[in-house]
Design a protein around this ligand. Structure first.
Ligand SMILES: NC(=O)c1ccc[n+]([C@@H]2O[C@H](COP(=O)([O-])OP(=O)(O)OC[C@H]3O[C@@H](n4cnc5c(N)ncnc54)[C@H](O)[C@@H]3O)[C@@H](O)[C@H]2O)c1
Length: 433
């Protein structure tokens, strides 16, 4: 596979300049300056084994595939509030005040462009910094113009977009989403089934920009935009960053299944007090999130194949908005399992996590891997990036892969494949034959 080298600057367009985006930007600057480590990032810290175990070849991923240099990333953003990156980070309350001062200038220099926003899609927010007019088609045109201007202003050679904005209300794929033609007609007729995130995604793809979706919204997960990505030769990926409770779920559930331990129930509840929590306090936005969180266990446990172990599993997920906690979420899980002869046991998890600290390295990896995919000529859905998502986008002919360890193997094998290295199957007969 021919991989184009990453020459020049990579422009990064973040939709939404909230907790995740500002934590990513702050961390990026700290890592660049060597003040803080890039913990949690596979592209920066991960290694990849090549060849046989006897060869001792395990380079860093960033030395193995040609990724963009962190110094070459230039950030642009949209939001529906006018706060610059510093003010937004301060409000998000993730980064401590001393660290905020260290990267103040870098954060202040990120000024959002006016967002495309309609309250029908995020009921809990009242955006004050939004584009005028009321034509979806004109908004798409305006976004396209801004993308081109940003590329020139940033002197960027290539661009990548990441949706880090609020979770929109639940929408189902419908006829208007079925083809590029019906979608464009829908933009022109202001079809209510076309949400702002779809307008950003359409604008990005029309401008030759790959896009990753960090929220559970439908966005690019519709035939029209999948086809557009294919037609334009662009990679797309999503949905919903896999952090916190779902990350734990996709680490633990494969283990239970591997040891054939049964599950009666898995009750998950959270308290969080950031803006994301406030948005998810609306039942319609929560429904989008809930669908994303609930799917995970079914696909990992395969109750149809293992009815005695997982056929009667009761799975419940709750998110409670609790302002005093800010971004420092607390997630509890009560897991009722059973083993030998059906004897019951319980596992309790109390994860005091920091949502945006877990999400920021995912944003970085997605930017670098999407750019790599773009330079490698990989188009359409990038299933190898499932590792990063709660609801991985996948070909319509297969079910999604949720097991974190299979996802990692898939990701690393894709990198090996890109570089013409042998895939690792873990068979290992060669050490004995
Ligand atoms: N660990 C995590 O933090 C995590 C995990 C999975 C998914 N997510 C998702 O990532 C997204 C961002 O999370 P966050 O904690 O940064 O939320 P946040 O509320 O702090 O930030 C979202 C930002 O998007 C802006 N926004 C909303 N609609 C917009 C629009 N149409 N155009 C431009 N800007 C818009 C909001 O004003 C806000 O500043 C959310 O959808 C969240 O569900 C986060």
């Amino acid at each position: 596979m021919e991989i184009e080298q990453p020459k020049g600057r990579l422009g990064v367009l973040l939709v939404g300049l909230g907790a995740v985006s500002t934590t990513f930007i702050a961390g990026l600057h700290m890592v660049r300056k060597g003040i803080r480590p890039a913990f949690g990032s596979l592209t920066q810290m991960g290694t990849i084994r090549l060849g046989m175990r006897t060869e001792s070849r395990s380079p860093f991923i960033k030395d193995f595939v040609p990724l963009a240099n962190l110094d070459d990333l230039v950030i642009g953003a949209w939001d529906i509030f006018p706060d610059n990156g510093y003010e937004a980070a301060k409000k998000a309350g993730v980064i401590n005040p001393e660290d905020l001062e260290v990267c103040r200038k870098d954060l202040e220099s990120t000024l959002p462009m006016k967002g495309v926003f309609q309250r029908d899609y995020v009921k809990k927010l009242d955006g004050t910094y939004i584009k005028g007019g009321n034509s979806k088609w004109e908004w798409a045109e305006k976004l396209r113009e801004e993308i081109r201007e940003f590329k020139t202003r940033a002197k960027a050679n290539r661009l990548v977009m990441v949706w880090c904005a609020s979770t929109e209300v639940y929408l189902k794929e419908s006829p208007v989403h079925n083809s590029i033609e019906s979608f464009e007609a829908g933009l022109k007729s202001n079809d209510p089934l076309i949400s702002p995130s779809m307008i950003y995604a359409y604008a990005a793809l029309m401008e030759g920009v790959p896009i990753a979706n960090g929220a559970p919204n439908l966005t690019t997960d519709i035939l029209a935009l999948e086809n557009l990505a294919e037609a334009k030769g662009l990679p797309i990926t999503g949905k919903d960053f896999k952090t916190g409770q779902t990350l734990m779920k996709t680490i633990l559930a494969p283990g239970f299944k591997a040891r054939l331990l049964g599950l009666h129930g898995w009750f998950s509840t959270n308290i969080l007090g950031n803006r994301d929590g406030e948005v998810l306090d609306d039942p319609e936005s929560f429904k989008t999130k809930e669908e994303s969180k609930l799917g995970v266990l079914d696909f990992i446990l395969q109750p149809k194949l293992y009815p005695d172990l997982y056929g009667d599993l009761y799975h419940k997920v709750r998110i409670n908005y609790y302002p005093p906690r800010g971004d420092n979420k607390e997630g509890w899980d009560n897991i009722d399992i059973f083993g030998w002869m059906g004897y019951p046991m319980q596992i309790k998890i109390d994860f005091l996590c920091r949502d945006s600290i877990l999400a920021a390295p995912i944003v970085l990896d997605l930017i670098l891997f999407l750019d790599l995919a773009q330079r490698s000529g990989m188009k359409g859905i990038q299933e190898w990036l499932s590792f990063y998502f709660k609801s991985p986008m996948h070909s319509r002919t297969v079910y999604p892969e949720h097991d974190l360890f299979i996802q990692l193997m898939k990701l690393k094998n894709t990198l090996r494949w890109l570089k013409g290295e042998e895939l690792i199957t873990h068979l290992g007969r060669e050490y004995y034959d």
